[in-house]
Ligand binder design. Structure first.
Ligand SMILES: Cc1cc2nc3c(=O)[nH]c(=O)nc-3n(C[C@H](O)[C@H](O)[C@H](O)COP(=O)(O)O)c2cc1C
Length: 313
């Protein structure tokens, strides 16, 4: 499965584990990289010291390439950006904004920069300011979502950029999804939800089991009225949130429901009032596999479908 993305990342497969707040820590990232994909540490709102420690811990567990996801709205974004350059992290992905101001810093450290985009306009702008690739993420995904589906977004982003490769994300759960992404013109994929439920993922067993039991219609998007839509498995929290949103509750009132809610799901296993961020593909996740088992299965399924297409070697 050699594509422009495996060449860019130096990985065996063009499969990236998305940076995920509270979820994507060193055990998960190292296991994905060891299995031939690209593991990513999710810096989210964490301080720079935590990120540096996670980078060191990944390096203790694997010699293979890995990345860090920077949430640009984080109060620590600036310090985290510096740590990434100091530590010469091989790959950085960015979410929630425009990483232009860090581009030079990262490039001079040899870090490959791959912003997550939800529109063709941002994709073009990222290419102009030096991005090595972009991740086009459709609204089927878990976590913060845009408006456009992966099926519609990916080919439009592929057409919009001139030279850089596109990675598809959102709603990919097996080899069929990966093969479909290749058909849309992507050169790699990023997956989140499927990795939340792996053995090496440190999230509470309750959360993993909710993903495994979820059906196709079990996710909800909260926060459309606040401008920060988030997709998670439906539970008491999403029900209450959506009811309050429909009643026109204020941003502050809604914030009270979600403050610390992802941490509650991940660490305490609070499946009632926690935010169990997950994408629409949760219904396809049926068992808790190791990262190696999952990646081997994905590669086998994809290879069988892609044989003879000439899209990759
Ligand atoms: C629990 C969870 C937390 C996430 N946190 C982040 C984040 O902090 N930064 C980011 O860029 N993307 C985040 N995402 C998105 C993932 O990196 C990935 O792009 C997405 O999950 C892909 O879609 P899928 O869930 O359908 O596989 C998160 C997703 C999940 C499920």
């Amino acid at each position: 499965m050699k594509t422009e993305i495996t060449a860019l990342l130096g990985t065996e497969y063009p499969i990236i584990q998305g940076g995920m707040a509270w979820v994507a820590e060193h055990h998960l990232a190292a296991a994905v990289s060891e299995a031939g994909g690209l593991g990513i540490i999710g810096a989210a709102n964490a301080p720079a010291d935590w990120v540096r420690e996670q980078i060191h811990k990944v390096r203790e567990l694997t010699k293979k390439p890995f990345g860090v996801n920077v949430m640009l709205m984080s109060p620590y974004a600036e310090e985290v950006a510096k740590v990434i350059a100091e530590e010469k992290v091989p790959v950085v992905t960015t979410g929630a904004g425009n990483p232009e101001k860090y581009m030079e810093l990262w490039k001079s450290a040899g870090t490959k920069v791959i912003p997550v985009v939800a529109s063709t306009a941002l994709a073009k702008r990222m290419e102009r300011c030096g991005a090595d690739a972009v991740i086009a993420e459709g609204c089927e995904s878990g976590g913060h979502v845009g408006e456009t589906t992966t099926m519609a977004l990916v080919p439009q982003v592929v057409d919009a950029v001139e030279k850089i490769p596109v990675i598809a994300a959102g709603g990919i759960g097996d080899g069929r999804g990966i093969a479909a992404a290749f058909m849309l013109g992507a050169k790699g994929v990023q997956m989140g939800t499927a990795f939340v439920a792996t053995k090496e993922s440190q999230v509470h067993e309750n959360y993993k089991q909710c993903i495994i039991k979820a059906k196709d219609i079990d996710t909800r998007v909260t926060g459309r009225t606040t401008g920060h839509p988030v997709r998670a498995l439906r539970n008491q929290m999403t029900k209450e949130y959506l009811k309050k949103e429909a009643e026109g509750a204020s941003f502050e009132e809604l914030e009270l429901l979600t403050l610390g809610s992802l941490r509650r799901a991940v660490q305490e296993g609070d499946t009632r009032n926690g935010s169990m961020m997950a994408g629409q593909i949760a219904g396809l996740v049926k068992e808790e596999l190791s990262c190696k088992e999952l990646i081997d299965k994905l590669v086998k399924e994809t290879d069988a479908l892609m044989k003879g297409t000439g899209i990759y070697e």
